[in-house]
Design a protein around this ligand. Structure first.
Ligand code: PLP
Length: 376
């Protein structure tokens, strides 16, 4: 037979995740660390890699790594789960706490994977849009938790793509108001330095997500982890793919975690370069910059899609276009790069905005002149 039975009807409304493999000289679209691992770590990793028994399946629970992570966080290994990137763990959470007949609260605009994974797992999504300044509508959220029918809440903190940090008091109010599993996604913790970790002892429904993809230069290897009550981890081990974190990734992530003080200077530098971006964009006419606690900056500009295209085609600078996403009209997000990349991005923006401004002024002048003539 040369025909194909359709897949699950739920897939009809889904579009593939934006994996456009666009290349540019300056890649500022995915919130990665702009620098590869430091040379000394690359050398150590090469040594370690030569001694891995690649013919054997990996340790399903990445035990040496989870022990290190647990110890650093004052927890037991049973409170830690390592995944193939944070994305896999988000999916596992929805496999275990979501599903048909179960409900997720999503706080858009936010990380798209929450909604996508909910749809894939047949989980009902209740969307509570953020306010105009992208803060969480705390009243609406607490009100919606009251009936007690919510199974899971996902909160990116700081939020991606807006950079917004939630008030800790609100997160505590949420934890007090519900027995739903509350994921606080701290993918940008190393930049914000805000964590809900101290509240784990009083709230067994609190789950914290971290990743090696952003501050720690390992986006290409896929490693993330959860901190949670041991009962939560136990349930997740029922649904997860047992060998999802390969041996090489386990070794690399262990090395990076052990040596993480090496990244501190680079993180401070990225924060200074973020401030350069904020100041540089604020100086441009017609650009609104949103406050950020992460390694990216969201800003609003007229004709955002055209600006995005000019950055790519005329300056080979790739950033992320959110202008068609609900609640993010005319918004673009730029990740913090090296100093040289930031200078190139700002130079390109200056050029594009000045030209648009000049042609706008020209347009106004031409219209005025026409009106004058018509009045003659
Ligand atoms: C990047 C990111 C993640 C996880 O990324 P992985 O590369 O899958 O570890 C999770 N949540 C948010 C909000 C992110 O921005």
């Amino acid at each position: 037979m040369d025909s194909l039975r359709p897949p699950r009807p739920e897939l009809e409304s889904l579009v593939p995740y934006d994996v456009k493999d666009v290349r540019a000289d300056i890649m500022l679209a995915s919130n990665e660390n702009p620098l590869n691992l430091p040379g000394e770590l690359l050398e150590k990793l090469a040594d370690l890699a030569a001694r891995i028994p690649y013919n054997r399946y990996p340790d399903p629970l990445s035990n040496p790594l989870r022990e290190k992570i647990a110890e650093a966080n004052g927890l037991e290994p049973g409170n830690v789960l390592v995944g193939n990137g944070g994305d896999e763990l988000i999916f596992d959470l929805l496999l275990a706490w979501g599903g048909p007949g179960r409900t997720l609260i999503d706080l858009p605009p936010t990380f798209a994977m929450y909604g996508i994974d909910a749809e894939m797992t047949g989980t009902t999504v209740v969307s509570l849009p953020r306010r105009e300044d992208f803060s969480i509508d705390g009243e609406a959220l607490l009100e919606r938790l009251k009936p007690g029918d919510i199974d899971i809440v996902m909160i990116a903190n700081p939020n991606n793509p807006t950079g917004t940090l939630a008030a800790e008091t609100l997160l505590i109010d949420v934890l007090n108001a519900t027995d739903a599993l509350v994921l606080v996604d701290e993918a940008y913790f190393e930049f914000s330095r805000h964590t809900m970790r101290p509240h784990m002892s009083r709230h067994r429904n609190l789950v914290i997500l971290r990743t090696f993809s952003k501050a720690f230069s390992l986006a290409g290897l896929r490693a993330g982890y959860l901190l949670a009550h041991e009962d939560v981890i136990m349930e997740l081990t029922k649904v997860r793919q047992p060998y999802s974190v390969n041996r090489f990734t386990q070794v690399a992530a262990s090395l990076v975690f052990r040596e993480r003080p090496v990244f501190e200077a680079g993180i401070s530098q990225l924060l200074r370069q973020r401030d350069m971006i904020v100041c540089g964009l604020e100086a441009l006419p017609g650009v609104t910059v949103y406050p950020t606690e992460a390694n990216f900056v969201l800003f609003k500009v007229a004709h955002a899609s055209a600006v995005w295209r000019d950055l790519l085609h005329e300056h080979s600078v790739l950033i992320r276009d959110f202008s068609r996403a609900p609640g993010l009209e005319d918004c673009l997000r730029v990740s913090v790069g090296t100093e040289a990349e930031v200078v190139r991005f700002l130079g390109a923006m200056d050029e594009i905005i000045s030209r648009r401004h000049a042609s706008d002024l020209f347009g106004i002048a031409a219209t005025a002149q026409r009106h004058l003539k018509e009045g003659e």
